[in-house]
Write a protein that binds this ligand. Structure first.
Ligand code: MHO
Length: 250
């Protein structure tokens, strides 16, 4: 088949696939990538809020928060230290962190805190599981006194749950957040070429801004809430059952 023909066929099949999938959850739909619409148009950046957390490897942290409804964008990065322009191999005193941009009409800081506490073990000292080191420490970054108050209250609650061990989580006013290198953004999603293909193999900058990529990143790591994980499973299986365009000839 000529290259132009096969491209056309793939485009047609993709169109059918995108028509087939109805979008029950507006934050997640698989469709032909529309280069201009990968960032939610209806939300201007001013209406979004930002939260930053450190809870172990940022590959995992980004996946945990990316899957939540109301989270618009996630970015892996470095925060909590003093080194200027940290890098993965020399991050100095920073902690691996995730920046979460969210729509406060859909999810709030209190709910994000709940996800924070339930997604790691804040009693572990100097790391999380096999990831050992200061860069994996647990931190809630705050922006203003109200967030500081909510963070402190939630930490006290967490501490009363287990009196025998100390909750190591620090609460800090956010100073700077340095985005990590591209390789560390949507890391879990990038391990799944099929999923990348499903959203149209977006260029790196678009992938990093995309709400759907943030969500699929959580799905790829199997870190979405059960209901969302199943919902995405069903959509993807539906696509495959109905004949995902597999290129058999070139
Ligand atoms: N357990 C991970 C940690 C990577 S992290 C982004 C690893 O495979 O090394 O620091």
């Amino acid at each position: 088949m000529a290259l132009a023909d096969s491209n056309f066929l793939i485009l047609r099949l993709l169109t059918l696939v995108s028509l087939y999938i109805s979008c029950a959850d507006k934050a997640f739909s698989i469709r032909i990538p529309d280069r201009a619409s990968t960032t939610p148009r209806e939300l201007s950046d001013q209406s979004l809020k930002t939260a930053v957390f450190a809870l172990g490897s940022f590959w995992r942290s980004e996946a945990v928060f990316g899957c939540l409804n109301g989270v618009v964008r996630t970015t892996s990065g470095y925060a909590g230290g003093s080194k200027i322009n940290p890098e993965y191999r020399s991050l100095g005193d920073h902690a691996e962190s995730v920046k979460v941009e969210y729509d406060p009409k859909e999810i709030n800081f209190r709910q994000l805190l709940e996800v924070f506490w339930s997604s790691h073990d804040p009693r572990q000292v100097f790391g999380q599981g096999p990831d050992v080191g200061n860069q994996y420490r647990s931190i809630i970054f705050t922006n203003g006194t109200e967030e500081g108050r909510l963070a402190t209250m939630s930490k006290e609650r967490e501490q009363t749950r287990s009196r025998s061990s100390i909750v190591t989580t620090q609460i800090q006013q956010l100073e700077s957040f340095y985005p990590a290198e591209h390789d560390h953004q949507k890391f879990e999603l990038k391990r799944h070429p099929l999923l990348l293909q499903l959203i149209g193999n977006l260029p790196e900058e678009e992938l990093e801004m995309s709400t759907m990529a943030a969500k699929l990143n959580g799905y790829a790591a199997e870190l979405c809430p059960h209901r969302i994980q199943k919902q995405i499973d069903a959509k993807i299986n539906g696509i495959i059952r109905r004949g995902w365009p597999v290129l058999t000839d070139v």
